[in-house]
Design a protein around this ligand. Structure first.
Ligand code: 4AZ
Length: 246
């Protein structure tokens, strides 16, 4: 996160650290991406975060990567479901979404606490200019390897036609994605934040509206962050999770 502030305990309880290690060795798990808890046994992340031949775990309810906190819950990933239309070109990433099914017993995986709580999914599109929150452990203006402490920043939803102007992203955007940020630069998501949440206030409830996906570098003027558009994927999420959202 560029231009971010440290997150206060319990304020973003759906934030996930997605961690991986090679299947064949017993190395430590390493933070690769963000993610978002949407039900006890389901996490959303970016499609481009899913790598072949890795064991995956999620850590939820923690703020720092290098210390085990009392508030955190660690769960293994049983299955990763990458969107059938996920596609990466040199210019953009399309349908950049994946579901992670967590390991649990009797339909319970993450336990809801003050520090671990699922995010709500959006119902309707929000207006351009809405202020939303992004968060993650990714690269900052200070640290090219990411941060140990979870950071957050506020960004604004940017009009799709505006963001498709030649000086910004041109014609590569489609309706599976949207832009958010500040066109003057400075405040943005970055590498390592991918798959993490962009939440907005909808009827006084934090609603998951986007997932960190891509951008032309980080924090640059006229190159805002691009986010997976959750309202486009509600039916996909429902079809893949079934029992979680009856
Ligand atoms: C990345 O490399 C990445 N500024 C993520 C977000 C943004 C740029 C790059 C948005 O994963």
């Amino acid at each position: 996160i560029f231009g971010g502030l440290k997150v206060t305990p319990g304020t973003l309880p759906w934030q996930v650290s997605l961690q991986m290690r090679p299947k064949t060795t017993s190395q430590q798990f390493k933070h690769i991406c963000g993610g978002v808890l949407i039900a006890s046994c389901w996490v959303l992340t970016a499609g481009h975060c899913i790598l072949a031949n890795k064991d995956m775990q999620v850590v939820i309810g923690g703020l720092t990567l290098n210390t085990a906190e009392e508030t955190e819950q660690t769960l293994r990933v049983e299955e990763a479901i990458v969107h059938e239309g996920y596609r990466e070109t040199t210019k953009a990433v399309y349908n950049d979404i994946a579901l992670l099914r967590l390991r649990g017993t009797a339909g319970v995986c993450a336990n809801e606490t003050q520090f671990v709580k699922a995010a709500c999914l959006p119902d309707v599109p929000l207006p351009d200019g809405t202020e939303c929150t992004i968060s993650g452990w990714g690269v900052t203006e200070q640290a090219s390897y990411g941060t140990n402490h979870l950071l957050q920043a506020n960004v604004l939803l940017i009009n799709q036609e505006k963001c498709s102007e030649p000086a910004i992203y041109g014609s590569v955007l489609d309706n599976t994605m949207f832009c958010a940020g500040h066109l003057q630069g400075g405040v943005d998501s970055c590498q390592g934040d991918s798959g993490g949440p962009l939440t907005c206030n909808q009827n006084n409830t934090h609603t998951l509206y986007g997932l960190v996906s891509w951008g032309d570098e980080c924090g640059r003027a006229n190159k805002p962050g691009v986010y997976t558009r959750l309202t486009h994927f509600l039916n996909w999420i429902k079809s893949k999770t079934q029992t979680a959202f009856p």
